[in-house]
Ligand binder design. Structure first.
Ligand SMILES: CC(C)(COP(=O)(O)OP(=O)(O)OC[C@H]1O[C@@H](n2cnc3c(N)ncnc32)[C@H](O)[C@@H]1OP(=O)(O)O)[C@@H](O)C(=O)NCCC(=O)NCCS
Length: 158
């Protein structure tokens, strides 16, 4: 399966906005439309958004804070995985893990030493997903009490 990160354009926007998690997962990540609204609202968080395509089909969405000046606990960075969602019909097929690897490679080439992320704790939260990929809790939390995790990009295999 070929997994690609593509810019969101007028041509693919409708398909990307149709990507959705299961209703009980929305509390962890929301919707693509909501993420794009947040991106527009918080330019200081340096949003970088891409659609995830697998074999030419829109299956997910990823958004980073791109080399942002950290201002914890509000802005975590410099390289922060802000949103990651894989359509519920395409989950558990390795796509989420592949997106994290692709993003890790992209930011490592920009000089990032670590990729940070955070999640809201609860039944079905993505904590085990991130820990399988090599993220570990930093011990800190953000201003929404989300657990902050870091993936070491220097020693982690790509
Ligand atoms: C979390 C998410 C991105 C994972 O995407 P995915 O494509 O299903 O993940 P993968 O198939 O690459 O899974 C990689 C590994 O993590 C495991 N995993 C995935 N989601 C998991 C979960 N919620 N709980 C426990 N393990 C999980 C998979 O079983 C797999 O393990 P394996 O390698 O031993 O088989 C996806 O479930 C999602 O969009 N969830 C809702 C939104 C969300 O929580 N986003 C993250 C916070 S912004």
């Amino acid at each position: 399966m070929e997994v690609e990160l593509r810019r969101i354009t007028d041509e693919n926007r409708t398909d990307v906005l149709a990507v959705a998690v299961a209703p009980d997962q929305e509390r962890f990540v929301g919707t693509v439309a909501g993420a794009l609204r947040e991106a527009a609202e918080y330019p200081e968080a340096k949003p970088w958004a891409r659609a995830v395509f697998a074999d030419g089909q829109a299956v997910g969405f990823v958004m980073l804070s791109w080399d942002v000046v950290p201002d914890p606990p509000h802005i975590i960075g410099p390289w922060f995985l802000w949103k990651l969602l894989i359509d519920h019909r395409h989950q558990r097929r390795g796509l989420g893990g592949e997106v994290v690897r692709l993003v890790g490679d992209i930011v490592r080439r920009e000089g990032a030493a670590a990729l940070l992320t955070s999640y809201t704790e609860g039944e079905g939260d993505p904590g085990p997903f991130y820990e399988k990929l090599g993220f570990s809790p930093t011990g800190d939390r953000d201003d929404n009490n989300e657990v902050i995790l870091a993936l070491d990009l220097v020693t982690a295999p790509s």
